[in-house]
Design a protein around this ligand. Structure first.
Ligand SMILES: O=C(O)CCC(=O)C(=O)O
Ligand SMILES: [Mn+2]
Length: 203
């Protein structure tokens, strides 16, 4: 376990099994209304290995032409995102320590061979609000570095029910998901991992 920079907090097994199951049900309902889509890298259009959707007033999307951004509607259905579930607002109120509510919940779905390269979350106008991230399903190897891509990184395992908060000096820390560990959770019957990332976008 690396020393986490100031403001990066890991809450192992913060959600018990019942709370995890409730969140999976909530996310299933979100996905039924706002189907998972395959994001594309800006410029190249290369598909990401993670599929995603969102809930809340704003959603994070990316495609070849317009790149990383927030928008109030699904890129395929063009419908507004489903509302932010109250369970997620409650978790934000408990752990984020930020007065304004989250505006976006990005739902990332990782198959067991998906990953996410090292990046910063910096498409938000309000960088004073932390990013709150919830892990469900199979465990992953999460990597965190510093404020520069070349800074040293460390990695640790995130398991189902774990919550990570990137705030303070760690708000813009580089981070990514190196790999998923298949068969490490029984929460999702077809395997894989769900990550929910709650963010405040506008000041
Ligand atoms: O899956 C994770 O734990 C991290 C996801 C992430 O960093 C992101 O969506 O920006
Ligand atoms: Mn991120």
């Amino acid at each position: 376990m690396p020393a986490l920079s100031n403001g990066i907090r890991h809450f192992p097994e913060h959600l018990d099994r019942a709370a995890q199951e409730r969140l999976v049900d909530v996310i299933r309902a979100v996905v039924a209304e706002a189907p998972l889509f395959t994001p594309e890298m800006p410029g190249t259009g290369k598909p990401m290995s993670v599929r995603m959707t969102n809930c809340g007033p704003l959603g994070w999307v990316t495609d070849k032409q317009q790149g990383y951004r927030y928008q109030p509607f699904h890129p395929v259905t063009r419908e507004p995102w489903p509302p932010m579930p109250e369970e997620l607002v409650a978790l934000w109120d408990e752990l984020a320590g930020h007065a304004k509510p989250p505006e976006a919940c990005l739902v990332n779905f990782y198959t067991d061979d998906a990953r996410m390269g090292l990046h910063q979350d910096k498409d938000e106008t309000d960088l004073t609000a932390p990013v709150l991230s919830i892990s469900l399903g199979n465990a992953c190897l999460f990597r965190v570095g510093g404020l520069l891509r070349k800074d040293p990184t460390g990695s640790f395992r995130l398991s189902s029910g774990d919550v990570v908060v990137l705030g303070g000096e760690g708000r813009l820390a580089f981070h990514g998901v190196d790999r998923i560990y298949p068969g490490t959770s029984t929460l999702l019957k077809n395997g894989g991992r769900i990550n929910l990332t709650l963010r405040r976008v506008n000041s």
